[in-house]
Design a protein around this ligand. Sequence first.
Ligand code: SF4
Ligand code: SF4
Length: 385
Amino acid sequence: MHGTELPRDAVVPHPLELSEHVAEARRHMAVCNACRYCESYCAVFPAMAMRRDFAAGDLTHLANLCHGCKGCYHACQYAPPHAFGINLPATFAEIRQESYAAYAWPAGAGKLFERNGTLVSLLAAVITTLALVLVAAIKDPSVLYAPQTGPGAFYRIIPLWLMNLLAGGTFLFALVALTMGGLRYWRATGPGAGAKVTAAPAAEAAVDILTLRNLGGGGHGCNDMDDSFAMTRRWLHHAMFYGFMMCFAATTTGAFYHHFMGWTSPHAFLSLPVQLGTWGGVLLCIGTAGLMWVKTTTDPVPVARRLLGGEYAILALLFLVSATGLLLLAVRHTGAMGLMLALHLGLVLALFVALPYSKMVHGVYRSLALLRNAMERRAAARAAG
Ligand code: SF4
Ligand code: SF4
């Protein structure tokens, strides 16, 4: 054996095994498993009931299955100030963040989740400044500040090859990093990590993801702000998610038009890419602004306050990306287009770079947790005959 090499039969400890939040969640599960009052609130409690032991991998899975709706906190007779201090939303939020750091790719990148709000804000500030400085340096003012119209107007400010290189390169990096993180998470969480994924549980998980079923509580919503029930957070999250997907579809459609139809942007206002981008941008603005408002007004106890900076920062970045996209549409035939294009591109690049090291990774981990949950539900139903 050389250096730090492990013997073949060595058991590799789970990266969160020594986490104080995992120990706290284990204590919570002992109480919840005896109580089970919240069984119908979300997928977490039935998944908890399927387990006898709560290894770090199990608790990481349950934490990522939790949607942070706070329903169980407001229902709980053992919540603070009770001596048991049961506070699942805050405890699970801490474990989620630790799992994002533990499985981040490449190795060592998990440190980027510490002081995450500062990191995301700095990335946005530095990359947008660089984009503005670069455009101002390479473009003659007579072109940069002159109204540009007709096909190829944007590329007279920033060449298409440069846009493709920067946006394509950063997006590809984000995709690889998110995929690697997701694979590491999948292998390390819960029993049945090697089980084969089939179409039926994948379809069930897809419905859960697309409808945010777990934010519906028992049908009346969750406790977004206080102990009253509401669907606010669910609808705002839908606006953000579907807005993001529409903006992505707008970019894909624009690329298809350019490469396969020979139609160069800027496209007409009523064209498919512009309509998708406009309404997607409006939804994204509403969703992100609304979710920031919910965070500022919600009951602060069932919240991991340490993590709020990162959550606000990525929501603000998403808001700025969509707002500058809409502004770019508004000024695209004026002399302000050049700088607005550089500002928007800088923010988009910052978002792509930040994606794998921000709260945005919850989309991957929660989707995988919902997939595992659908597989476990089916296995339990089969076992019950
Ligand atoms: S959160 Fe509280 S009320 Fe809900 S199952 Fe756990 S102990 Fe019971
Ligand atoms: S906070 Fe909501 S989603 Fe999370 S465990 Fe409690 S009821 Fe379930």
